[in-house]
Write a protein that binds this ligand. Sequence first.
Ligand code: SME
Length: 153
Amino acid sequence: MTRVDYPALEASVASLVEGVSDKVARMATITCEVYHADDRFDWVGFYRVTAPETLTIGPYQGGHGCLTIPFSRGVCGAAARTRAVQLVPDVDAFPGHIACASSTRSELVLPVFGADGQVMGVFDLDSDQPAAFTDDDATALAKILKQTFSQRG
Ligand code: SME
């Protein structure tokens, strides 16, 4: 199983998005960089808060994602609702998991905060391997998201 060189990934994202404030462009760049960084990742992408309690698909790589997810449903909804990282080693054991792809065995979903501290979306990583994600993945990815979306100015 390959492991991500997170310091290199962080540097690469920072350099690629420098001078580009557009949020979707930033999401697309992170998605591409992360998806290709590790073969554990079979689906990587963002859902954006587009209306109260509503997530809508954003940039992603992998097979088709569900287009809309309410905060009340799935791992993505739980991350948006609770503002907490959801590390799910076995999706079948997660009540209300939304199976966009039947091959998905484990997931990591991180809330994405804007400069105002509000949840602006979630970053969703799915794997076809069980228990594919670790706390180290969550910590490193949360840092990249914070640097990319939460800075004021
Ligand atoms: N599995 C997610 C839904 C999104 S997709 O897998 C791309 C969930 O339960 O939130």
